[in-house]
Design a protein around this ligand. Sequence first.
Ligand SMILES: [Mn+2]
Length: 312
Amino acid sequence: MEKDIVYVIGHKCPDTDSVTSAVAYAKLLNMLGHKAKAVMAGKANNETKFSFDYLGLELPDIIEDATGKKLILVDHSEYAHALNGTKEAEIIKIIDHHIPGDIAKERKNDDILRHTGACATLIYEEYCKQGITIDKETAGILLTGIISDTNDLKRIVTDDDKKAYKKLKKIADIKDLEGYCQKMYEAFLSYDGMDDEEIFMNDYKEYARAGRTFALSCVRAKGKKEALDLLERMYKVMTDQYEKLGMDILITKVHDVRNGGMYLKTYKDDALKLLKDCLYDDSDSGYIYKEKNLSRKKELVPLIYKELDKAK
Ligand SMILES: [Mn+2]
């Protein structure tokens, strides 16, 4: 019985877009008569917890291993970001809005791989394609995913995101939407109840390129003082966790939300030099500071890929 269930799952270190996408897509499959269940590949972050609470919804269960399971992957398409055991799972479908990863590349089928601001936008479109009416609850879920991944459309988004947002906003009819977004953002910035290791793993992603591996953790701070404090604490976590994580390079990016800049620190060996080369930083400090906060997905990772390719 369990074997027939398809698990709809987002990436490790789940963010709100990956959880909402999984929940909404599992609901769609259920409505179409399939046995599907949304699950999470790890603990929900504070923003996701807040949103589900606000919408009066239960968070999906967490599963620890995907071995032998039937999966639909949402919001990721790389083994490095997927739950342990995904290589030994049967992948039915992928719906992702990032650059297609290694899982997507080794398949030829009806996966949905398109660049949008949020994966939730792609799920919204699936409801439209299937002709399923979106109820108020589902609209709230999908709208939340878009709000989270696009910072309420303030980041670069596609016309499809804007279209979905407009439609969903109307159906969801969230009272005081602006206040909801504000509270989501406050929860997103909050590390309440988390220790330093949990903060480091909260938004942590692994990558491989040119025979080397690296991981980049994104952390937020409410000002310069907190940013520098977090930078040192995350350095300690990187030092302590280096062997366990098994990456060649660990990087922490602390975004100073108040002032807009970013601080980067690395572990170990040549990692700092590599990153300084990427970012044309010729300072001799033990970290990097830039006035502009760069996006991990769209800016930092591509820059690091380029530098690693050069060094190959
Ligand atoms: Mn996403």
